[in-house]
Every structure is written in structure tokens, then in C-alpha cells.
Write a protein that binds this ligand. Structure first.
Ligand SMILES: Cc1cc2nc3c(=O)[nH]c(=O)nc-3n(C[C@H](O)[C@H](O)[C@H](O)COP(=O)(O)OP(=O)(O)OC[C@H]3O[C@@H](n4cnc5c(N)ncnc54)[C@H](O)[C@@H]3O)c2cc1C
Ligand SMILES: NC(=O)c1ccc[n+]([C@@H]2O[C@H](COP(=O)([O-])OP(=O)(O)OC[C@H]3O[C@@H](n4cnc5c(N)ncnc54)[C@H](OP(=O)(O)O)[C@@H]3O)[C@@H](O)[C@H]2O)c1
Length: 428
């Protein structure tokens, strides 16, 4: 369910494996986040949004982005790309657009009964959830009262929409990719009169450049293909921060411009890619501030005791992972704590899969495509699961792990797929 970038990968891959499916998409269009103002209400895109993953890495393995696209295509170009993917592989006949899944209840014999918007009920033998995890706003808890408008980045469109920030004192909260992009946009001439950027903790910054990140579909080669998993992963954690050091050194240390120091563990948070933030701070167009302590009507007090007049607050404080159509009792936990076998299958429910939710150093939908290359043979009966003990041993929290290497993840999925094919008697 869901026909965003991950759901489309699911449709295509299930069709390739001859698995019968129907996709339910709440919006009128496919493309999820990348459809500005998506009628599903789950797109948080703003008018200036472009991908920050280079076009060489943010495409499906068998459908490149058009040659005439720039290195970092806009949301409109990405939405067209997803639409063209669905047309090219003839996915539309199986996608029911404008159809929200309201509730999913397990059936006694396995599979799920779905209640759709409008009250219709349908039944399916398995559920692949591709509903996205970046649409339900995480609001900051703020002490005190604030007189002006407080919006979440989810609703932000441009400096004049949905609130007119032009000529105002604007505070952007957060230091993720969204906060940094909105701070840069709102600090442009003609936008906010004054732009404060409040960060309660630090980030690692990497310039937005054409980085040679392998596509998740590329098999590992050379030594990487042979190293034992533990050694390979440890080597990556050691080497990646060192290899990226020269490009990170293109920026000054965050502390030197008034931002909090970056986390010691490079893999703790998704790093921020922004080519303009430091320049704007150094030019005085953006004023960094520590975390917010208290609202004082038309002023805000920060953790260092300083106060500033503020007219509008934009909370770019991220998103919660929720699955409103699946009760926590069905999942056995609240969604952010979800542990999945190999990052895709519920360990106690072999008919429930979640894709596209992960902490990963790569683009999301190519990785979802690789997750489906594992799930589809399982659903087609070409892959047999290991013992329940192994399923539980190989289950881990999808959001509770440090950011990982997508190519390694895919290689491990492929290896497990081969094992499961042998178990199913299907050879390689
Ligand atoms: C501002 C922003 C920028 C980003 N930039 C990048 C980037 O540059 N590169 C990158 O790889 N990733 C990026 N991401 C991550 C983003 O998650 C992916 O871009 C991508 O959209 C994920 O695809 P998805 O299909 O998993 O989720 P979504 O794009 O969120 O799609 C989910 C789909 O499910 C549908 N849906 C939800 N609930 C239901 C329901 N109950 N019933 C039926 N349908 C439902 C929605 O309508 C939607 O179409 C960005 C995210 C954000 C927020
Ligand atoms: N152009 C692009 O491609 C683009 C643009 C924007 C976003 N994105 C992607 O979209 C996803 C979401 O990004 P995001 O920036 O919206 O969210 P995010 O990465 O989760 O960052 C949220 C930020 O808000 C802070 N925060 C959270 N709760 C807070 C609170 N209560 N008070 C103060 N600060 C709080 C966090 O601080 P802590 O770290 O201390 O929790 C963090 O700095 C990411 O994957 C990102 O890469 C991509």
C-alpha cells in the first residue's frame, strides 16, 4: 500500500515475479513526497525542493533519470519521473489512486482484511507497507506562550505561503536538511528581515556534490565481496568518515560559526547536505542560536539565556514514523520501535512487510527496490524462510540502528535470498 517511490518499486517487482497484487494509493497521483500538494496530504515538499541525492544514485536500477535532468532534479521533475516509470512498466492498471487504507486487520487464516476510504472492504494474503515515514510532523514541546504563528515545515511552501515571512523576524528550529534549506531560503534578500536558526544539537555537514556513491543494485566487488560481514562493516565505519574528510573540510568547523559541535559518531544522524548555509551564516544573513528554552510572547529565550524578538516560528523538527492503519497490538510495538527480519519482514507475521523506512546512506527508492527483490521471491514461493530462531536473530530495529551502507545491505539480502532459494529447492 502506497504508490510513492517505494510503492512503485513494489508494484514493478511483484509484477516481474508474477505475484498478483493491487496497490492502494491515497493520493490522486503516484510519486508520494515528490508530488507537491499531494491530495493524500502526505507530501511535505516545498516549492524550491530538489533532491539532494545525485541523479546517478536516485534512480531505479532499470530506469535512469532523463539525460536532460540536472544533477539534482526538482520535485516536479522527480514527480514526472515516477509518473513515467509507472507508465513505462504499465503499473497504473493495478494502482487504485484516491484510495486510502484506513485499517488493516489480520485474518485468522493469515493475510489482512483492509478497510478502505468510503467503507469498502477487501482482503489480501500479504501486506507490503510503503506508506512513507516522513509526513507526520514531530512538533517541539515549547514552554510558555508565543504570540505569533507557529508552523511546521510540513506546511511550509515558500517565504509567503502559508504565512508571510517577508520582512519579519523568523526563527527556524532544527538543524536537519529541512531546517538548513528553509533557513537559506528565508534568509534570501526580500524574504525574512532577520533569520534565526536554533539547533539543540549538532550535525555533520557534507557538501552537495556528485559523490561516487555506488547504486544499491551494484554487487560488491573485490575484497569487499569476500570480507566477513563484521569486518567489512567495521572497515566501512572506520574508512567512510576518513574518505569524506577532505570534502567535509570544504566547510569550516560548525562550532567556528556558532553551531553546536557535530556528533562524535558520524553515523548517528543523517548528515546535512547544503552548499549555502555556512556562507549565509558568515555573511550574517543567518544567526545561529542554541536550543529554545522558553516562549515569552513576542520573544524567545534560548538555552544560553539570550533572548530575541520573533514574529514567526518554523519548526523544522522532523517527522514521526506512524502507521495509523495498523494497531500497535498487531505490530507488537509502536512503529518507531519496529524490528524487522532483514529490515523488511515482521518476525512474527510472515505476511507483513515494510519498505522504504530506514537509516541509510543512499537514496531511498533504489533501496526499496532491492528490498522488494527479496520480498517478491518470498511471496512467489521461490524463497523459503529460515528457522524462527534465525528470523528473530536477524531482526533488528529499522530506525534504531546507525546509518548504514546500502550496497552492503543489498549484498546481505542477496546472500540470504540465495540461501532461501536453496532451502526452497529452487537452486540459485
Ligand atoms: C523534504 C524531503 C526531501 C527528501 N529528499 C530525498 C532525496 O533527495 N533523496 C532520497 O532518496 N530521499 C529523500 N527523501 C526521503 C523520502 O522519504 C523519499 O524521497 C521518498 O519519498 C520515500 O518514498 P516512499 O514511497 O517510501 O514514501 P512517500 O514518498 O512518503 O510515499 C508514500 C505514499 O504512500 C501513500 N500513503 C500513505 N498512507 C496511505 C494509506 N493509509 N493508504 C494509501 N496510501 C497511503 C502516500 O499518499 C504516498 O503516496 C526526502 C524526504 C523529505 C521529507
Ligand atoms: N533536498 C532534500 O533532498 C531534503 C530536504 C529536506 C529534508 N530531506 C530529508 O528529509 C528527511 C527529514 O529531514 P528533516 O530535516 O525534516 O528532519 P530530521 O533530519 O529528523 O531533523 C530534525 C531536526 O530537528 C531537531 N529537533 C527535533 N525535535 C526537536 C525539538 N523538540 N526541539 C528542537 N529541535 C528538534 C533535530 O534535532 P536532534 O538532532 O537534536 O534531534 C534535528 O536537528 C531526512 O531524511 C532528510 O535528509 C531532504
Amino acid at each position: 500500500m502506497g504508490a510513492g517511490p517505494s510503492g512503485l518499486a513494489a508494484c514493478k517487482t511483484l509484477a516481474d515475479h508474477g505475484v498478483d497484487y493491487t496497490a492502494y494509493e491515497a493520493g490522486e497521483r503516484v510519486g508520494g513526497q515528490w508530488v507537491l500538494d499531494n491530495s493524500s496530504g502526505t507530501s511535505v515538499a516545498y516549492r524550491s525542493l530538489a533532491v539532494n541525492t545525485h541523479k546517478g544514485m536516485c534512480c531505479y536500477s532499470d530506469f535512469p533519470l532523463p539525460d536532460h535532468y540536472p544533477g539534482f532534479p526538482s520535485h516536479e521533475q522527480m514527480a514526472d519521473y515516477f509518473d513515467n516509470y509507472a507508465k513505462h512498466f504499465d503499473l497504473y492498471p493495478r494502482i487504485r489512486c484516491g484510495t486510502r487504507v484506513e485499517q488493516a486487520e489480520p485474518r485468522p487464516q493469515g493475510g489482512y482484511a483492509l478497510e478502505l476510504g468510503g467503507g469498502e472492504r477487501v482482503e489480501h494474503d500479504a501486506l507490503v507497507v510503503a506508506s512513507g515515514n516522513l509526513w507526520d510532523p514531530q512538533w517541539p514541546a515549547l514552554d510558555g506562550d508565543f504570540d505569533g504563528p507557529l508552523i511546521h515545515a510540513r506546511d511550509y511552501m515558500d517565504p509567503a505561503d502559508p504565512v508571510d515571512c517577508r520582512g519579519k523576524n523568523v526563527l527556524v528550529m532544527g538543524l536537519g536538511n529541512t531546517a538548513c534549506e528553509l533557513a537559506v531560503e528565508l534568509s534570501e534578500p526580500g524574504a525574512a528581515a532577520r533569520l534565526l536558526l536554533s539547533a539543540r544539537s549538532g550535525q555533520n555537514f557534507v557538501p552537495k556534490i556528485e559523490a561516487p556513491v555506488p547504486h544499491p543494485s551494484e554487487p560488491l566487488s573485490g575484497l569487499l565481496a569476500w570480507l566477513p560481514k563484521g569486518m567489512r562493516d567495521a572497515a566501512f565505519r572506520q574508512l567512510f568518515p576518513r574518505v569524506t574528510k577532505p570534502i567535509r573540510a570544504l566547510y569550516p568547523a560548525p562550532e567556528s560559526v556558532g553551531l553546536p559541535p557535530p556528533p562524535e559518531d558520524f553515523f548517528e544522524k543523517r548528515f546535512v547536505m547544503n552548499n549555502d548555509l555556512f556562507e549565509r551564516i558568515e555573511a550574517g544573513a543567518i544567526s545561529p542560536r542554541p536550543g529554545v528554552r522558553k516562549m515569552l510572547g513576542d520573544r524567545v529565550e534560548f538555552e544560553d539565556g539570550s533572548q530575541d524578538p520573533v514574529d514567526i516560528i518554523v519548526a523544522a523538527t522532523g517527522y514521526r514514523f506512524t502507521l495509523p492503519f495498523l494497531r500497535d497490538e498487531i505490530l507488537g510495538c509502536a512503529p518507531p520501535d519496529l524490528e524487522l527480519f532483514r529490515g523488511v519482514m515482521h518476525p512474527q507475521r510472515q505476511d507483513l512487510f515494510v519498505i522504504g523506512v530506514m537509516k541509510a546512506i543512499c537514496s531511498i527508492w533504489p533501496r526499496s527496490e532491492q528490498q522488494m527483490a527479496f520480498i517478491a521471491p518470498l511471496l512467489a514461493g521461490d524463497y523459503a524462510l529460515p528457522s524462527q530462531a534465525e528470523i528473530e536473530r536477524e531482526s533488528y530495529p529499522i530506525l534504531g540502528v546507525p546509518f548504514g551502507n546500502c550496497q552492503f545491505y543489498t549484498a546481505d539480502l542477496r546472500r540470504e535470498l540465495e540461501r532461501g532459494r536453496r532451502r526452497a529447492g529452487r537452486g540459485k
